[in-house]
Design a protein around this ligand. Structure first.
Ligand SMILES: Nc1ncnc2c1ncn2[C@@H]1O[C@H](COP(=O)(O)OP(=O)(O)O)[C@@H](O)[C@H]1O
Ligand SMILES: [Mg+2]
Length: 254
């Protein structure tokens, strides 16, 4: 465990790094000089209470802040600062975000929702069929339900469609904003199970969660974000044993 905002974790190539990233909404400072790092093949989680700035962090990395939001600082993706590039550019380079509101096309089928996620790849003459097969391997249930309207799926299934759609863009970094929000415990466990297997598909995952226990269980490394500042960071297994984290986030109700 290291002190906040020190040099990031061990060696290894970093796919994504923020340096002193700040987000403001007018006078509201939602994120202060936040530096986090994600290495190839890792699952990294940012845990923290409601309002800590978790969504602001992901939206700033993706270039998706609302019109009243501004960010400062660096967003290094594969070593290049993309902080001034638009969302299409970032998506095209391999960053993907599943926002907290999953925003599926509810009157379209599951499969059509997935295919829409592949628009970046279609340009290069790649067949979306191959992409679909890959997604159906990870989520066999989506294959069974591929002709069903997305709006008629359960909460957990919709989350899988949203993750599947993001994976169709063949990202190198997948960011998930509270994927377990609003899900029943059994479904939540299923979603976390899927997340833990994302490593095998070669994407690096940045996971934002209020369900700290489950998030730390599937992650390699973690950051604790509190009112705009990283207050703790460390290996996920160390954070899970840290008395401060246990008291604030893993208490008997967590
Ligand atoms: N569009 C916005 N306009 C003004 N304030 C916002 C906006 N979005 C978020 N905030 C504020 O920024 C802070 C961080 O919010 P957010 O990033 O959504 O936190 P979290 O995802 O950790 O719950 C909160 O105080 C929130 O009220
Ligand atoms: Mg949020």
């Amino acid at each position: 465990m290291s002190a906040p905002q020190q040099a990031p974790q061990a060696d290894g190539q970093s796919v994504l790094e923020t340096r002193n990233l700040c987000v403001r909404y007018g006078k509201v400072e939602a994120l202060r000089a936040t530096s986090i790092r994600l290495q190839a093949g890792q699952i990294v989680t940012v845990i923290g209470p409601n309002g800590a700035g978790k969504s602001s962090l992901l939206n700033a990395i993706m270039g998706l802040l609302p019109s009243n939001g501004t960010s400062e600082g660096q967003v290094l993706y594969l070593g290049h600062d993309v902080a001034h590039h638009n969302i299409e550019h970032r998506l095209g380079k391999g960053l993907a975000l599943v926002p907290e509101k999953r925003e599926l096309f509810t009157t379209m089928t599951v499969e059509d929702n997935l295919v829409l996620g592949a628009y970046r790849r279609r340009k290069s003459g790649w067949s979306y069929r191959d992409g679909l097969e890959g997604i159906y391997k990870i989520f066999p249930r989506l294959k069974e339900r591929r002709k069903q309207l997305a709006g008629t799926m359960s909460g957990g299934e919709r989350q899988m469609v949203a993750i599947g759609r993001a994976l169709m863009s063949d990202p190198k970094v997948l960011m998930l904003d509270e994927p377990s929000l609003g899900l029943a415990p059994r479904v939540m466990a299923e979603v976390f199970h899927v997340i833990s297997h994302l490593r095998e598909s070669g994407v690096a995952t940045l996971l934002i969660e209020q369900n700290s226990r489950a998030a730390l269980q599937v992650s390699d490394y973690g950051y604790v974000l509190e009112v705009g500042d990283v207050t703790l960071e460390g290996k996920a297994s160390d954070l899970a044993k840290n008395p401060k984290v246990i008291e604030a986030y893993l208490g008997k109700h967590a």
